[in-house]
Structures are given as C-alpha cells and as structure tokens.
Design a binder for this molecule. Structure first.
Ligand code: BTN
Length: 130
C-alpha cells in the first residue's frame, strides 16, 4: 500500500515532509529545495498542499498532485505523480513538475513556464538519514 505520509528525498537532494492524509486524500507538508531557478536565492522551507486520488481500489499505484508555494521567490511549482510500490515493498514517487515564475507584465506572460518543466523521483528518507 502506498502511503504518502512521511519524509521523501528526490535525486536533487530536495526533501519534503508530508502530513497524514485526510479521508478525502488531502494533505499538507513542507518542501526544502536544494536548487533554485535564480542562483542568488537563499532557500527557505516552503509549504505545500496536495490531494491523492482515491478512486481506484488498487492502493499500490495511486496518482496525486501538489503545489509548492515558494516563500523565497515569486514562483510556484505544481507536481503531479504516481506512487509505485516496488517488489521489495519500498515506495517510489514518479513526478512531473511545472515551475511558474512571475512576469512583470501580461505581455511577458508567455515567458514564465518555458523550459521550466521536468521530472523528479522521490524515495522515502530513512529515519536514520533524517
Ligand atoms: C524558484 O527557483 O523560484 C523556487 C525553487 C524551485 C525549485 C525547483 S521545483 C522543481 C525542481 N525540483 C526540486 O526539488 N527543486 C526544483
């Protein structure tokens, strides 16, 4: 069974902590990123909120989405993904993200998500590493 609650780390070294889910699949959490779009930013832990799909009876492979609202930049990142339980019982989150920056004017709106799309794979952070 896929359980989103807990601490997760991606291949960039970013760490997120997800709260227990409510009965409708809603969750909140915090996100600490190791990288930023602008190199002069000092990162701060940022809040996230998301929702897990609970339609399917197959609790091994559930899809979800969450939004991180960065507290140190004018941007937000949305993630959509799926939790996969491996044969050995470990869970992996395969995600795709879009980073939305802030345009100074509506004429510049076109520029603010281009090339800011990617994938991240999250694995559970062992309590010893945390
Ligand atoms: C910003 O640069 O304005 C905010 C930080 C963005 C971090 C991005 S979100 C997608 C990717 N995955 C991460 O863990 N960090 C980067």
């Amino acid at each position: 069974q896929c359980n989103l609650e807990g601490k997760w780390k991606n291949e960039l070294g970013s760490i997120m902590t997800l709260s227990p889910l409510d009965k409708n699949g809603f969750f909140t959490g915090t996100y600490h990123t190791t990288v930023t779009a602008n190199s002069n930013l000092v990162t701060k832990e940022s809040p996230l909120m998301g929702n897990l799909n609970v339609f399917t009876a197959d609790t091994q492979q559930r899809v979800f989405g969450f939004l991180v609202n960065w507290t140190f930049s004018n941007s937000v990142t949305s993630f959509v993904g799926q939790c996969f339980v491996q044969k050995d019982g470990t869970e992996r989150l395969q995600t795709t993200w879009l980073l939305r920056g802030s345009a100074a004017t509506e004429e510049d709106n076109w520029s603010q998500t281009s090339h800011r799309v990617g994938t991240n794979v999250f694995t559970r952070l062992n309590t010893e590493e945390a």
